[in-house]
Design a protein around this ligand. Structure first.
Ligand SMILES: Nc1ncnc2c1ncn2[C@@H]1O[C@H](COP(=O)(O)OP(=O)(O)OP(=O)(O)O)[C@@H](O)[C@H]1O
Length: 503
């Protein structure tokens, strides 16, 4: 029997095939999009600290990845036999197919999302928290855009699989491409010719969507965005409107830690620490590695919850030790974190946002002004750290020192009463350390209240009004730099540390 080319070519104009192709696109797109949304929820459940929620999500994924789609389709389509009330919906092949596909794909896509979420660094959520952004806002503005970007190639691949899986829906009599082909060749026996037509329609759909999804990937890939140096224009902003409340409250300490205690397992990292920082003070925290410096500074804004003790901000209780209070009490004070800026060792800039976007994110979230005002504020802060010309660039286009300067501008944009620096130069190349220290020096000269955990001994001695020397979770020295110099001649531990660091 001769291969009938003219019949095959005629199939490309077949109304039935084009209509079936539309069904395939609708079914696959709907299944994919619904499974992306549900799968994301499932992935978040998998990462939940609530064991019941995490286990339930794990069980779902295990079950629906184990059951073949064909079985699930037959099950769903015949469900009205067991539950007649579902017949209005499930007796329609399209909806039965959609539900079966969504149930199955949600399990696969949840695992793709979990990979995406794992790829987002922990510091991203911490940076959001330090900017006073709520849990939902952190997911929406920071985590989800990054996780989706990581997951997109795998999600696109999954879409292609779904297109092909729709052929299984023929088993419940949905007129998709394969079923249309089967109906034709059972009448005319032109099996190969018809299957070639069927192949064409699948290849056509897959090709179109491969191209579209590639375009989307390119569009979302910030590493392809080349932000130009910008000539920064705009009116100079009157920053007075954004000045922190602290300026009018010089009479009381900006922040106080009372009887702060914290353990990690059996190790006591903070041992009954008391600390009181006044407006305008620059306090450097020094000490050997593992002495508790970072834990101390992170406990001041609640990134590391205290076990016991309390933190007062502008004289009012801000945080209480976990073991001294109920969680609900802690939550009420979250918004006040806005009064505390934080700069991290690893910058924690948001990679999916431009430099300007990084600085504008928190003021915008907190509704500090109109978009134009916030833009001016952000540019003013970038100008302050010498980064305004880089406003349109993305973090991956900047050196470490430049990224840290943007991180400082981001903290400044919330006009906090105090800024915490957690080893701001430790992750930098030696040649870029100086540019960051210069900015901190300038802030100190302007009277900004700061606490700086640092290993830069000379810088700490030069810039600080007070130095804390920590060892084994205790503050062993608290005084001005000159007093520390004198102590180092008497106290062997301080001398060893200072010489060790300098060496
Ligand atoms: N999340 C954590 N889980 C368990 N142990 C931790 C955690 N964070 C810190 N530690 C431990 O607490 C102790 C103090 O750590 P911390 O980072 O505060 O010290 P540090 O003085 O800042 O040290 P470095 O100068 O090396 O950064 C260390 O023994 C550290 O291993």
């Amino acid at each position: 029997m001769q291969f009938d080319w003219s019949y095959t070519l005629g199939l490309f104009w077949s109304r039935d095939f084009w209509s079936a192709s539309l069904t395939v696109v609708e079914l696959s797109l709907l299944s994919w999009l619904i499974a992306i949304v549900l799968g994301f929820g499932l992935a978040l459940c998998m990462r939940s600290s609530n064991m019941v929620v995490a286990r339930a999500a794990g069980l779902y994924i295990w079950l629906f990845r184990s059951v073949p789609l064909l079985v699930l389709l037959i099950f769903t389509y015949n469900m009205p036999q067991m539950f007649p009330s579902t017949s209005a919906f499930l007796s329609k092949p399209f909806f039965a197919g959609l539900i079966a596909m969504v149930l199955s794909e949600t399990a696969y896509i949840a695992e793709i999302h979990r990979g995406g979420l794992m790829a987002v660094q922990r510091g991203q959520a911490e940076a959001g928290k330090a900017l006073g952004i709520g849990a939902f806002g952190i997911q929406r503005l920071i985590i989800i855009p990054q996780a989706l970007r990581v997951a997109l190639p795998a999600l696109a691949n999954e879409y292609i699989s779904i297109v092909k899986l729709t052929s299984l829906v023929s088993v419940i009599s949905l007129s998709e491409i394969l079923l249309v082909g089967q109906r034709m060749y059972t009448q005319n026996f032109k099996v190969l010719e018809t299957m070639l037509g069927v192949t064409f329609y699948y290849v056509f759909i897959v090709t179109i969507f491969t191209v579209l999804l590639r375009q989307l990937e390119r569009y979302l890939d910030v590493t392809r965005h080349v932000g130009e140096m910008s000539a920064v224009t705009g009116d100079m902003l009157d920053l007075k409107r954004w000045l922190p409340a602290a300026d009018s409250r010089r009479d009381m300490p900006v922040i106080e830690l009372k009887n702060g205690r914290k353990s990690f397992g059996m190790v006591d990292v903070l041992k009954d620490i008391n600390l009181c920082i006044d407006t305008g003070q620059v306090v450097s925290v020094i000490g050997p590695s593992g002495s508790g410096k970072s834990t101390l500074i992170r406990s001041l804004n609640g990134l590391e919850p205290l076990d016991h003790g309390e933190v007062l901000l502008q004289g009012a209780r801000f945080l209480q030790g976990r073991r001294d209070t109920h969680r609900s009490q802690e939550r009420t004070s979250r918004k006040r974190i806005l009064d505390i800026g934080m700069v991290f060792q690893s910058f924690n800039l948001f990679p999916h946002k431009s430099v300007l976007g990084n600085v504008m994110l928190a003021p915008r979230y907190h509704g500090l002004g109109s978009d134009a005002e916030i833009r001016q504020l952000a540019l003013a802060m970038l100008r302050k750290v010498g980064m305004a010309a880089h406003a349109n660039k993305y973090p991956h286009q900047l050196s470490g020192g430049q990224q840290q300067r943007v991180a400082i501008a981001r903290a400044l944009a919330m006009r906090p009463s105090i800024i915490l620096f957690d080893e701001p130069t430790s992750a930098l190349d030696p040649e870029t350390v100086g540019e960051v220290l210069r900015v901190i020096r300038q802030l100190a000269a302007e009277g900004t209240t700061m606490v700086i955990v640092t290993h830069e001994m000379q810088f700490a001695l030069d810039v600080s009004s007070r130095i804390l020397f920590m060892e084994n979770g205790r503050v062993e020295f608290d005084g001005p730099p000159d007093a520390l110099r004198q102590t180092s001649t008497r106290d062997r531990r301080v001398r060893d540390f200072m010489f060790g660091v300098d060496a």
